[in-house]
Design a protein around this ligand. Structure first.
Ligand SMILES: [Ca+2]
Length: 223
């Protein structure tokens, strides 16, 4: 029995109860290795190491906004299961061009799957190590769905859902190292999606070297 619902305090309690029932909370876990802990095994305290076999291993990737840095690898480096050999191995990472403010790339999983986790990995000695991005997802079913929202288009206005905002920059001190990010949900699944859109932002604008060295992206399907 719920008491007097007209009382503001009771209403708040009811709303909290409803929120708990429908609870679905996205959790972003960030791990960072520095010094000798940063090895080509990408072994982290909590975040799983990159896996060879996962739901995005054969995903199609395409650039939507921005330019890739020609000194780096193509987008396929994100799902090739190969990891950089060192903290400065541009050929084994995808990154947006120097002196540009990031960009967007699209990942097409080939069909709708129930996504449990999205894990992203990066490694660099300095400002190109941390990860700053928004992750959007879509099943493609919205009539307004635009798979390639340009820089002036808000993805959430054309069939995309903002899943998480990631920013692994330390509050102070050196920012270099190896980062592992895991985006998951308290219910065990982020949702049923076919498309993921990574909206990447530079880590700093003090110099041209603010675009993250992304080494690998894993998508884990719910079992
Ligand atoms: Ca790779």
């Amino acid at each position: 029995m719920i008491g007097n619902i007209n009382h503001p305090a009771s209403l708040i309690v009811v709303l909290l109860m409803l929120a708990t029932v429908a609870s679905s909370q996205v959790k972003v876990t960030v791990d960072r290795n520095t010094g000798r802990a940063a090895t080509r095994d990408f072994k982290f305290k909590s975040v799983s190491s990159p896996a060879k076999d996962h739901a995005a291993a054969h995903a199609r990737l395409s650039l939507v906004v921005g330019q890739r840095d020609p000194n780096g690898a193509g987008l396929n480096a994100l799902t090739d299961g190969l990891l950089p050999a060192s903290e400065d191995d541009p050929a084994a990472n995808f990154f947006f061009n120097a002196d540009t403010d990031g960009g967007r790339f699209l990942m097409d999983l080939g069909g709708v799957i129930e996504v449990s986790q999205v894990n992203t990995y990066s490694w660099h000695s300095e400002s190109r190590a941390p990860q700053v991005y928004n992750l959007y997802a879509s099943d493609g079913s919205d009539p307004k769905f635009n798979p390639r929202p340009d820089a002036n288009t808000d993805p959430s206005a054309c069939g995309w859902k903002l899943i998480a905002t990631v920013d692994t920059r330390p509050k102070q001190g050196e920012v270099g190292g190896q980062y592992g990010v895991s985006i998951a949900d308290s219910t065990g699944a982020l949702g049923k999606y076919r498309y993921l859109l990574f909206d990447c932002v530079e880590t700093e604008t003090d110099d041209p070297w603010g675009n993250t060295f992304y080494s690998e992206i894993d998508v884990v399907a719910k079992k």
